[in-house]
Design a protein around this ligand. Sequence first.
Ligand code: PGA
Length: 254
Amino acid sequence: MRRPVFIANWKMNHGPTEARAYMAAFTARWTPHEDRTVIFCPPAISIGVVMHALGSRRDIAVGVQNVWTEDAGAFTGETSARMAADAGARYALVGHSERRHVFGETVAETALKCAAAVRNGLTPILCVGELLAQREAGTTNEIVLNQLRAGLAEVGNESVAAAIIAYEPVWAIGTGKTATPADASTVHAHLRGALRERIGDRAAAVPIVYGGSVNGGNAESLLAARDVDGLLVGGACLDPANWATICGTRAAKG
Ligand code: PGA
């Protein structure tokens, strides 16, 4: 059984002051659950505050929302995986739809960013997802499998087996539209098939999470779908009480 993974993507919200208040509210509500993994992805500037708020708690992990491909140097404005790891992050989102479609990140860059994460001991959370026009044209599988294969091209099989994959249809992010559990399940099964081609039976242990307008009302049915191993949540994680409710979603299959 794969342990469900709940990932909060704060995006460009909650600077240090708000992050401190948020974490106080969340940690007061959320007791450690051994049957699930909870990961916070705050803006890089708030990682230190979140780490401080977690203190000795090891049940909640932190990820960075994006990294640059190099570890250090003249890259004004960027955060390296090495620096994120130094600040306490253990995960790195790579290829989030906003990176790809707002900032023009290429699949070649996602591959180098996964490699940078792995090189610095961070677990990549590689995000893939199709645009609405691609879904309507029937090319969803082709798009997401290409993003998956290309995104993992620069890391070894051990790192593929240890990674997390997030399926986030672009048309579902921040729009209030979600994929149906059945649609998500279908894409997740294709993604797992592609992982199997690469790493064989170890693909069965790789968490594939769903993201795109997940909220307290749809979390349980999405999580019940086959091959949906967790949730990557944006808007609905911004309130600590909402997020604690989602993290507590019953995780039973079928
Ligand atoms: P959303 O964002 O939950 O607000 O749709 C999810 C994401 O972009 O990771």
